[in-house]
Design a protein around this ligand. Structure first.
Ligand code: FES
Length: 265
């Protein structure tokens, strides 16, 4: 874990109320793995006091970190005002990250809304056998993937208002895709990766169990410290783990879906 004052390279609107911030952060970028996150303080001053957690949406060989965020309150509004050249203190990379697929496994990435951020980073580290399913509320929230360095990935889209792609939820697409995938004689295993709102994650985890497909989920949580000190990000753990709770910041944010108590989250 590294604490570094990072310089804003760019900070531009990429979708409705959504920005892509690129930070010059060579030490953290060189260590970052898909699924990990950073804690970023919008200003060196003590207001807003707490750091905010952000998934890493990409890390480049040039030492840049890509952060996708939606403006939802005062902290993120202040963040959207940071112009190139400004500095922001960053702590990271934090958390465990995704386990990458083995051999010729098919990877099925399922994103809901801003849950696409860590999956963009994951997709950037995969070669082939990758399918991305992305769900948004509406077409104007869609993140153009060329902005996050994966123009070669062509997602299957779903929107709740039907303005682009399938009219409905991304989990509908997942069911259709799952049915198409079960071909007789298919030898390749599949690994599911998911990030998004909790109801979506529960639905993905359910389907994965039904299919017997391994599934890694990245949980989004409010985090005050990001370091395992405040207990604020505790979620229920499946009884067979011998622990009642796990911490999203330290034990996650990526979990094997089978190890969570989905009723206790
Ligand atoms: Fe404080 Fe996880 S955010 S323990």
């Amino acid at each position: 874990m590294i604490e570094q004052d990072c310089t804003v390279v760019s900070n531009d609107v990429v979708a409705a109320h959504t920005y892509l911030m690129i930070l010059d952060c060579p030490d953290i970028a060189s260590e970052a793995r898909p699924g990990q996150f950073i804690m970023l303080r919008v200003t060196s001053a003590a207001d807003p006091l707490l750091r905010r957690p952000f998934s890493i949406a990409g890390a480049t060989a040039a030492g840049h970190l890509l952060i996708l965020y939606r403006v939802v309150g005062r902290g993120t509004r202040m963040m959207s005002d940071l112009r190139p050249g400004k500095r922001a203190p960053v702590l990271g990379p934090l958390g465990n990250g995704f386990k990458l697929p083995r051999g010729n496994e098919i990877s099925l990435l399922v994103a809901g809304g801003m849950g696409i951020a860590p999956l963009c980073f994951l997709a950037s580290r995969m070669d082939s056998g990758l399918h991305l399913l992305a769900g948004y509320g509406s077409a104007d929230q869609m993140i153009p993937l060329e902005y996050v360095g994966i123009p070669h990935v062509h997602p299957l889209l779903a929107t709740e208002d039907g303005t682009v792609g399938h009219h409905g939820l991304v989990t509908d697409l997942l069911e259709i895709h799952a049915i198409n995938r079960t071909k007789p004689g298919e030898k390749r295993g599949t690994m599911m990766y998911a990030c998004g709102p909790l109801p979506m994650l529960k639905a993905v985890a359910d389907l994965a169990v039904k299919e017997g497909t391994p599934c890694q989920v990245s949980l989004e949580s409010v985090m005050a410290c990001g370091l395992g000190a405040c207990q604020g990000c505790a979620v229920g753990s499946a009884p067979e783990n011998g622990r009642k709770y796990v911490h999203v910041c330290q034990d996650g944010p990526v979990f094997n879906a089978k190890t969570l108590d989905w009723d206790g989250i």
